[in-house]
Design a protein. Structure first.
Lengths: 84, 618
């Protein structure tokens, strides 16, 4: 049981890490740090870096949360700790 | 029907709806009162959370802020949405599993310490009360601008409405009115944006319109806006940075962490039936928030272009036979001289909406060069070319001052939308303020009745009496909020920085460590919270005065304004959070680890199985 809960927690943390990396890259990365460089690319009438700061990061945040919720559900069932 | 009557009707109908819901959703138990009985559907909760979160400031002021800040305004957009990723993954599901009524209760139980929960209560009350002042003044502003009554009358009416559903319905009444308020506010926000996007770009979706070309031309809207504002000496729209990229980075981080740590948002996730629901519900909340937050940058940019075009015909919009602002493709393509004498709008020809907003004082014109025309440009520009051209044209200083709030409030009038849209915007602004105020008031009253009365002063209180205590605390909180709204302390504007700073530097790290660090003990948590709080308050007070008292600023002690790597005080919460973590782990290392049953509690909080509907019994 202890082994199982340790493995469950490890799987959870590894999922969190993956998503937090994406969360960081699209906002702080593409929207701020690499914004000037990305602006030379355009997305329709948007400079790409500007688009990430004003639009894109928000869409990806939403995707991150739903992906997290779905994956956590799978992890819960795999380790048999899901709710009924 | 005239605009005033129509506005009264629409706002009145929205109030009748809220009161009707309040009657239907009365609270019969403490569980109803604190967590709406724990049976709220995750999508419903997502919608209520969106209304809870989007305040008068989000609705009325944010697009204007973005219009002024350009690219830099992205810090609000990313900061106030990115926090939901943290909330969804790091806090909400675990706090839901813990299954109690309040945030301080988690901190108190997890750190087995009344001191810890008391510090948390103090942080919660400070953050929520400072935040609620802004909502009450927002209610007053919305009333006075749209309904022509005084601020005070607006606040009394707002207090009355909140009283009906928050006191009798508690979280249950608040949840379902917030759903109704979300629907009102989102239509009020999006409809004018769709009209304006369509007028300027032919694309009805503002999110796509902002990235499109202007109707009948190959010129992208953002390129045109960049060109116009830079020519007039403002900084380029898509690349103006607030201070420095570092400041923007830290500011964004502070808003994200603060968002995740604000108690009135966290407690919304106690209302869903299961842990899995809490995860999805955060996603739904962000979907509903994103509808407004991805529209706002379009509203900001388009309204800014509209405003420039209204007072300067060389921008390339003109008024058609119906009085609507439409794109003139030939002018847009030709880029005529913005400084040409006849390009500036003659004051006597100004449109009606400018006359109306002049009366409120939010829009002012002063004819500095005596030519009877309106010159709107940046007279303090560092751009030598713009300066020289303005001088050559005989411009004698910027003549138009525009309050940022006009961007949203006057938007439907600028685009000449039908009166019912204007009335709807009024109802939307009031809905945004009321829904956030109610959420904050519940966080305040539950901290008083549950964390102070039930857990500290009178632990043997019966459920019936605790419910009564909750309702009485709500009454007191509404009276306090109303008083502060009527007599806003001079510092009111600066205090939202403090709310986010406190949530980010004290509450968020404490909750997160409570879940993710099994060995974190009470000494570490309390020291961390206090350190984060003190450091953040110190930096904020240095800039804004000790407890916001004017004249007690002490920036000289910290080496001048923004001395910490150019970071503004509003952005300091993330630094406070780092201090909190560092102090907590250091103190934790030198003190003894938490007892076995607490470590077991952490193990238990981490897995979803066994979650029960939230209830109050220990």
């Amino acid at each position: 049981m202890d082994n199982n809960s340790a493995a469950y927690w490890k799987a959870t943390l590894s999922l969190l890490t993956k998503i937090l990396v994406i969360w960081f890259v699209v906002s702080f990365g593409a929207g701020i740090i690499f914004k000037p460089a990305l602006d030379s690319i355009s997305l329709g009438g948007y400079p790409l870096g500007f688009w990430f700061a004003h639009q894109g990061s928000i869409y990806i945040f939403i995707a991150c949360i739903f992906y997290y919720a779905r994956k956590m559900g799978e992890i819960d069932r795999k380790f048999d700790v899901h709710e009924d | 029907m005239d605009l005033q009557t129509l506005t009264y009707l629409v706002v009145g109908a929205s109030f009748a709806l809220y009161v009707g819901i309040a009657y239907w959703a009365r609270a019969g138990s403490t569980s109803d009162f604190y967590v709406a009985g724990g049976g709220v559907h995750p999508v419903t909760n997502g919608m209520a959370t969106a209304a809870d979160w989007m305040s008068a400031a989000s609705f009325i002021s944010m697009a204007g802020l973005i219009a002024n800040m350009g690219y830099g305004g992205g810090l609000f957009l990313m900061g106030w949405t990115g926090g939901y990723v943290l909330l969804a993954m790091l806090l909400a599901p675990y706090l839901r599993k813990f299954g109690k009524f309040t945030v301080p209760q988690f901190i108190g139980d997890r750190f087995y310490s009344k001191t810890a929960s008391t510090v948390a209560v103090v942080c919660l009350l400070t953050a929520s009360i400072t935040y609620v002042i802004g909502q009450m003044t927002g209610v007053g502003v919305a009333f006075s601008r749209f309904l022509g009554v005084s601020n005070a009358v607006g606040i009394y009416v707002g207090m009355g409405i909140v009283f009906v559903y928050a006191v009798f319905g508690g979280m249950k009444g608040i949840t379902y009115t917030q759903v109704a308020q979300y629907i009102v506010l989102i239509f009020a926000y999006v409809i004018p944006a769709v009209f304006i996007s369509f007028q300027l770009t032919g694309n009805p979706l503002p999110q796509l319109g902002l990235g499109s070309t202007m109707s009948g031309t190959e010129v992208s809207l953002l390129d045109k806006l960049n060109l116009v504002v830079s020519d007039l000496g403002f900084s380029e729209y898509t690349s103006s940075v607030p201070g420095s990229y570092l400041n923007m980075f830290v500011y964004t981080a502070s808003l994200m962490i603060g968002t995740a740590g604000l108690p009135h948002v966290i407690i919304r996730f106690f209302t869903v039936p299961k842990v899995a629901d809490a995860r999805y519900s955060a996603g739904w909340a962000l979907v509903f928030i994103a509808i407004l937050y991805t529209t706002a940058p379009a509203v900001g940019a388009m309204a800014k272009l509209n405003l420039h075009a209204t007072v300067n015909s060389a921008v390339g919009l003109e008024t058609d036979a119906n009085g609507k602002l439409v794109v003139n493709p030939a002018t847009v393509n030709a880029n005529p001289d913005l400084y040409a004498p006849e390009a500036s709008l003659a004051y006597e020809n100004r449109p009606d909406w400018m006359k109306r907003w002049e009366q409120t004082g939010l829009l002012k014109w002063e004819d500095k060069n005596g030519d009877g025309r309106i010159q709107y440009y940046n007279d303090r520009t560092a751009n030598a070319d713009a300066k020289a051209r303005a001088e050559a044209a005989g411009w004698n200083g910027n003549e138009l001052s525009v309050n940022a709030d006009i961007i949203v409030l006057a938007n439907p009038e600028i685009a000449l939308l039908p009166n019912w849209v204007i009335a709807l915007v009024a109802a939307g602004g009031i809905a945004a303020a009321l829904s956030t105020a109610a959420g904050l008031l519940l966080a305040i009253s539950s901290a008083v009745s549950h964390d102070l009365i039930k857990n500290v002063i009178k632990p043997d209180i019966s459920e019936k009496n605790e419910l009564l205590a909750g309702k009485l605390s709500m009454v007191a909180a509404i009276l306090l909020a109303g008083y502060l709204g009527l007599n806003p302390p001079g510092f009111a504007a600066g205090t939202v920085a403090l709310a986010f700073g406190i949530a980010a530097s004290s509450l968020f790290p404490a909750i997160m460590m409570g879940i993710f660090s099994k060995k974190m003990n009470k000494e570490g948590a309390v020291a961390g919270m206090l350190a984060g709080l003190v450091v953040t308050c110190f930096y904020v007070f240095a800039h804004k005065g000790l407890f916001f008292v004017q004249g007690t600023e002490f920036t000289h002690l910290i080496g001048g304004p923004n001395s910490f790597f150019g970071i503004v005080p509003e952005a300091f919460g993330a630094i406070g959070a780092l201090v909190n973590f560092a102090v907590a782990f250091t103190v934790d290392k030198f003190t003894k680890e938490p007892p076995e049953h607490i470590q077991q509690l952490v193990e238990d909080v981490r897995v979803p199985r066994g979650a029960k509907a939230v209830h109050g019994a220990h």
